[in-house]
Design a protein around this ligand. Sequence first.
Ligand code: GLN
Length: 258
Amino acid sequence: MNVSSWLNSAPIDRLDAELIVAHILGKDRTFLHAHPDFSLSEANLAQIRAFTERRALGEPLAYILGSKEFYGRQFKVTRDTLVPRPETEALIDTIKALKPHKVLDVGTGSGCIAITLALELPQTEVDALDISPAALKIAHENAQNLGATVNFAPSDLLEAAGQGYDLIVANLPYVDAKWDWIGPELRYEPQIALFAEDGGLALIKKLIQEAPAHLTEKGYLILEADRSQHQKIADYASDSFKQINPTDQTLVVSLCRR
Ligand code: GLN
Protein backbone atom coordinates (compact mmCIF):
# COMPACT_ATOMS: atom_id res chain seq x y z
CA MET A 1 0.00 0.00 0.00
CA ASN A 2 1.39 3.42 -0.86
CA VAL A 3 0.81 6.76 0.85
CA SER A 4 -1.80 8.10 -1.52
CA SER A 5 -3.95 4.96 -1.63
CA TRP A 6 -3.96 4.81 2.18
CA LEU A 7 -4.89 8.48 2.46
CA ASN A 8 -7.68 8.08 -0.07
CA SER A 9 -9.22 5.19 1.86
CA ALA A 10 -8.64 6.35 5.46
CA PRO A 11 -11.95 6.62 7.36
CA ILE A 12 -11.02 9.90 9.11
CA ASP A 13 -10.51 13.55 8.27
CA ARG A 14 -7.86 13.97 5.53
CA LEU A 15 -5.64 16.32 7.51
CA ASP A 16 -5.68 14.01 10.55
CA ALA A 17 -4.86 11.03 8.32
CA GLU A 18 -1.91 12.90 6.81
CA LEU A 19 -0.64 13.94 10.24
CA ILE A 20 -0.80 10.33 11.46
CA VAL A 21 1.07 8.94 8.44
CA ALA A 22 3.68 11.70 8.60
CA HIS A 23 4.18 11.09 12.33
CA ILE A 24 4.65 7.34 11.89
CA LEU A 25 7.12 7.87 9.04
CA GLY A 26 8.97 10.55 11.01
CA LYS A 27 8.41 13.05 8.17
CA ASP A 28 6.29 16.13 7.64
CA ARG A 29 3.20 16.47 5.45
CA THR A 30 5.23 18.05 2.66
CA PHE A 31 6.99 14.71 2.28
CA LEU A 32 3.66 12.95 1.74
CA HIS A 33 2.63 15.45 -0.91
CA ALA A 34 5.96 15.09 -2.68
CA HIS A 35 5.99 11.25 -2.47
CA PRO A 36 2.44 9.94 -2.91
CA ASP A 37 3.90 6.64 -4.20
CA PHE A 38 6.02 6.06 -1.08
CA SER A 39 5.43 2.48 -0.01
CA LEU A 40 4.16 1.87 3.54
CA SER A 41 5.66 -1.20 5.23
CA GLU A 42 3.47 -3.66 7.12
CA ALA A 43 4.92 -2.34 10.39
CA ASN A 44 4.08 1.25 9.38
CA LEU A 45 0.59 0.25 8.35
CA ALA A 46 -0.11 -1.58 11.60
CA GLN A 47 0.76 1.57 13.58
CA ILE A 48 -1.12 3.82 11.19
CA ARG A 49 -4.22 1.63 11.44
CA ALA A 50 -4.08 1.58 15.26
CA PHE A 51 -3.81 5.38 15.45
CA THR A 52 -6.52 5.82 12.83
CA GLU A 53 -8.87 3.59 14.77
CA ARG A 54 -8.37 5.65 17.94
CA ARG A 55 -9.02 8.84 15.99
CA ALA A 56 -12.15 7.35 14.41
CA LEU A 57 -13.48 6.66 17.92
CA GLY A 58 -13.12 10.35 18.75
CA GLU A 59 -9.85 10.56 20.66
CA PRO A 60 -8.21 13.96 20.04
CA LEU A 61 -5.31 13.71 17.59
CA ALA A 62 -3.09 15.55 20.08
CA TYR A 63 -3.31 12.68 22.57
CA ILE A 64 -2.67 10.08 19.88
CA LEU A 65 0.42 11.89 18.60
CA GLY A 66 1.44 13.14 22.07
CA SER A 67 1.81 16.77 21.11
CA LYS A 68 -0.01 19.85 19.87
CA GLU A 69 1.19 23.01 18.19
CA PHE A 70 0.44 26.27 20.01
CA TYR A 71 1.61 29.70 18.86
CA GLY A 72 4.13 28.06 16.51
CA ARG A 73 5.69 25.66 19.03
CA GLN A 74 5.10 21.98 19.80
CA PHE A 75 3.86 21.17 23.29
CA LYS A 76 3.81 17.70 24.78
CA VAL A 77 0.30 16.79 25.93
CA THR A 78 -1.12 13.80 27.76
CA ARG A 79 -4.55 13.01 29.08
CA ASP A 80 -3.51 14.88 32.25
CA THR A 81 -3.57 18.15 30.33
CA LEU A 82 -6.17 19.97 28.28
CA VAL A 83 -5.27 20.08 24.58
CA PRO A 84 -4.14 23.64 23.73
CA ARG A 85 -6.76 25.35 21.54
CA PRO A 86 -6.05 27.74 18.67
CA GLU A 87 -8.61 30.21 20.10
CA THR A 88 -6.42 30.52 23.21
CA GLU A 89 -3.68 32.08 21.06
CA ALA A 90 -5.72 35.31 21.24
CA LEU A 91 -4.82 35.51 24.95
CA ILE A 92 -1.17 35.63 23.97
CA ASP A 93 -1.70 38.44 21.46
CA THR A 94 -3.70 40.44 24.01
CA ILE A 95 -1.03 40.05 26.67
CA LYS A 96 1.89 40.80 24.33
CA ALA A 97 0.25 44.14 23.54
CA LEU A 98 0.08 44.99 27.27
CA LYS A 99 3.83 44.32 27.81
CA PRO A 100 3.56 43.21 31.45
CA HIS A 101 6.60 42.86 33.74
CA LYS A 102 5.46 40.09 36.05
CA VAL A 103 2.82 37.57 34.99
CA LEU A 104 1.02 34.74 36.75
CA ASP A 105 -0.73 31.98 34.75
CA VAL A 106 -3.39 30.22 36.82
CA GLY A 107 -4.36 26.67 35.84
CA THR A 108 -1.41 26.35 33.49
CA GLY A 109 -2.10 22.75 32.33
CA SER A 110 0.45 21.87 29.64
CA GLY A 111 2.07 25.25 30.36
CA CYS A 112 1.34 26.51 26.86
CA ILE A 113 0.29 30.02 27.93
CA ALA A 114 3.04 30.58 30.51
CA ILE A 115 5.80 29.13 28.34
CA THR A 116 4.71 31.01 25.23
CA LEU A 117 4.65 34.28 27.20
CA ALA A 118 8.09 33.59 28.66
CA LEU A 119 9.47 33.02 25.16
CA GLU A 120 7.61 35.85 23.43
CA LEU A 121 8.32 38.38 26.20
CA PRO A 122 11.87 37.58 27.34
CA GLN A 123 11.95 40.57 29.74
CA THR A 124 8.84 39.33 31.57
CA GLU A 125 8.97 37.21 34.71
CA VAL A 126 6.47 34.35 34.43
CA ASP A 127 5.07 32.22 37.25
CA ALA A 128 2.49 29.49 36.76
CA LEU A 129 0.21 27.47 39.03
CA ASP A 130 -1.91 24.36 38.67
CA ILE A 131 -3.81 22.18 41.10
CA SER A 132 -2.78 19.00 39.23
CA PRO A 133 0.71 17.61 39.96
CA ALA A 134 0.44 15.45 36.83
CA ALA A 135 -0.19 18.51 34.65
CA LEU A 136 2.67 20.42 36.33
CA LYS A 137 5.04 17.61 35.43
CA ILE A 138 4.14 17.98 31.74
CA ALA A 139 4.38 21.77 31.96
CA HIS A 140 7.90 21.46 33.43
CA GLU A 141 8.92 19.14 30.62
CA ASN A 142 7.56 21.54 28.02
CA ALA A 143 9.45 24.47 29.55
CA GLN A 144 12.64 22.46 29.50
CA ASN A 145 12.15 21.23 25.93
CA LEU A 146 11.42 24.74 24.68
CA GLY A 147 14.09 26.49 26.74
CA ALA A 148 11.67 28.69 28.70
CA THR A 149 12.15 29.95 32.25
CA VAL A 150 8.88 29.65 34.17
CA ASN A 151 8.44 29.13 37.91
CA PHE A 152 5.80 26.43 38.37
CA ALA A 153 4.12 25.62 41.67
CA PRO A 154 1.16 23.55 42.83
CA SER A 155 -1.80 25.65 43.94
CA ASP A 156 -5.59 25.62 44.10
CA LEU A 157 -6.29 28.88 42.22
CA LEU A 158 -4.30 31.60 44.04
CA GLU A 159 -3.81 29.78 47.35
CA ALA A 160 -0.02 29.55 46.94
CA ALA A 161 0.37 32.68 44.79
CA GLY A 162 2.74 35.53 45.52
CA GLN A 163 1.96 39.21 45.12
CA GLY A 164 2.82 42.16 42.93
CA TYR A 165 1.76 40.75 39.56
CA ASP A 166 0.86 43.33 36.98
CA LEU A 167 -1.02 40.67 35.03
CA ILE A 168 -2.82 37.47 35.94
CA VAL A 169 -3.97 35.25 33.06
CA ALA A 170 -6.21 32.22 33.35
CA ASN A 171 -7.82 29.76 30.99
CA LEU A 172 -9.85 28.09 33.72
CA PRO A 173 -12.54 25.48 33.25
CA TYR A 174 -15.63 27.34 32.05
CA VAL A 175 -17.74 24.74 30.26
CA ASP A 176 -21.22 24.18 31.67
CA ALA A 177 -21.97 20.43 31.47
CA LYS A 178 -25.47 21.39 30.29
CA TRP A 179 -24.31 23.09 27.09
CA ASP A 180 -25.64 21.04 24.21
CA TRP A 181 -22.86 21.80 21.71
CA ILE A 182 -20.21 19.99 23.76
CA GLY A 183 -18.22 17.79 21.37
CA PRO A 184 -17.45 14.09 21.91
CA GLU A 185 -13.72 14.77 22.09
CA LEU A 186 -14.11 16.51 25.45
CA ARG A 187 -14.71 13.20 27.19
CA TYR A 188 -11.04 12.31 26.63
CA GLU A 189 -9.80 15.46 28.36
CA PRO A 190 -9.33 16.05 32.09
CA GLN A 191 -12.79 16.95 33.31
CA ILE A 192 -11.41 19.28 36.02
CA ALA A 193 -9.81 21.34 33.26
CA LEU A 194 -13.10 21.80 31.40
CA PHE A 195 -16.19 21.86 33.56
CA ALA A 196 -17.30 24.25 36.29
CA GLU A 197 -20.49 24.71 38.29
CA ASP A 198 -22.60 27.85 38.29
CA GLY A 199 -23.11 27.98 34.52
CA GLY A 200 -19.38 27.36 34.07
CA LEU A 201 -18.43 30.43 36.10
CA ALA A 202 -17.70 29.03 39.58
CA LEU A 203 -13.90 29.12 39.32
CA ILE A 204 -13.74 32.32 37.31
CA LYS A 205 -15.80 34.07 40.01
CA LYS A 206 -13.53 32.71 42.73
CA LEU A 207 -10.49 33.96 40.84
CA ILE A 208 -12.07 37.41 40.43
CA GLN A 209 -12.49 37.53 44.22
CA GLU A 210 -8.94 36.37 44.94
CA ALA A 211 -7.04 38.26 42.23
CA PRO A 212 -6.99 41.86 43.53
CA ALA A 213 -4.82 40.91 46.54
CA HIS A 214 -2.16 39.56 44.16
CA LEU A 215 -2.24 42.31 41.55
CA THR A 216 -0.55 45.68 41.43
CA GLU A 217 -2.69 48.79 41.61
CA LYS A 218 -3.30 48.94 37.86
CA GLY A 219 -2.95 45.21 37.24
CA TYR A 220 -4.79 43.24 34.57
CA LEU A 221 -6.82 40.07 34.83
CA ILE A 222 -7.05 38.36 31.43
CA LEU A 223 -9.47 35.44 31.13
CA GLU A 224 -10.75 33.05 28.51
CA ALA A 225 -14.46 32.32 28.61
CA ASP A 226 -17.28 31.50 26.26
CA ARG A 227 -18.69 34.62 24.60
CA SER A 228 -22.07 33.99 26.22
CA GLN A 229 -20.36 34.50 29.60
CA HIS A 230 -18.47 37.74 28.93
CA GLN A 231 -21.11 40.18 30.11
CA LYS A 232 -21.82 38.16 33.26
CA ILE A 233 -18.11 38.13 34.06
CA ALA A 234 -17.72 41.87 33.53
CA ASP A 235 -20.76 42.53 35.73
CA TYR A 236 -19.56 40.19 38.45
CA ALA A 237 -16.10 41.76 38.44
CA SER A 238 -17.32 45.36 38.32
CA ASP A 239 -16.64 46.13 42.01
CA SER A 240 -12.91 45.61 41.54
CA PHE A 241 -12.31 45.68 37.78
CA LYS A 242 -13.37 47.46 34.65
CA GLN A 243 -13.60 45.64 31.36
CA ILE A 244 -11.26 47.00 28.71
CA ASN A 245 -12.31 44.96 25.66
CA PRO A 246 -15.99 45.68 25.04
CA THR A 247 -16.71 43.78 21.82
CA ASP A 248 -14.15 41.83 19.89
CA GLN A 249 -14.65 38.39 18.39
CA THR A 250 -12.24 36.48 20.61
CA LEU A 251 -12.91 34.52 23.80
CA VAL A 252 -10.68 36.92 25.75
CA VAL A 253 -12.10 38.93 28.65
CA SER A 254 -9.68 41.73 29.59
CA LEU A 255 -10.21 43.29 33.00
CA CYS A 256 -8.22 46.08 34.59
CA ARG A 257 -8.19 47.16 38.24
CA ARG A 258 -10.25 50.28 38.73
N1 GLN B 1 -12.62 26.22 24.78
C1 GLN B 1 -12.67 24.92 25.36
C2 GLN B 1 -13.77 24.11 24.74
O1 GLN B 1 -14.85 24.59 24.59
C3 GLN B 1 -12.87 24.97 26.86
C4 GLN B 1 -11.60 25.20 27.55
C5 GLN B 1 -11.79 25.52 28.99
O2 GLN B 1 -12.74 25.11 29.66
N2 GLN B 1 -10.91 26.29 29.51
O3 GLN B 1 -13.56 22.99 24.37
